[in-house]
Write a protein of this length. Structure first.
Length: 104
């Protein structure tokens, strides 16, 4: 006949093994929670960056709707427009080489 102490010891060892598996590796285990915590931290950082970007875009839209300063800035920088009566000057770096000749 088998020794009851060995059977109890094997049963307890098996129980401890199963519990430690679920504690560390299982669905709600320590490793899974640690991984999810890192993902949450990364997502919070990404959210902060997107909020900063969204706030800047929102302010730009507000400026475009309410004032003409932002609109004028876009027209000057992106389209090269000038006001009536203004003179446009372009600085050319002399070390950049000769300018192309305009041919009619």
């Amino acid at each position: 006949m088998r020794d009851p102490g060995k059977i109890v010891s094997l049963f307890l060892l098996l129980l401890i093994t199963l519990l430690s598996y679920s504690l560390f590796i299982g669905k709600g285990g320590w490793l899974r929670i640690r991984s999810l915590s890192q993902q949450i931290s990364q997502q919070k950082d990404a959210n902060v960056q997107q909020k900063i970007r969204n706030d800047a875009l929102s302010a730009e839209v507000k400026d475009l709707k309410q004032g003409t300063d932002a609109l004028e800035e876009h027209a000057r920088t992106d389209l090269g427009m000038v006001r009536q009566g203004e003179t446009f000057y372009r600085y050319v770096n002399p070390s950049a080489g000769p300018l192309p000749k305009n041919t009619p």
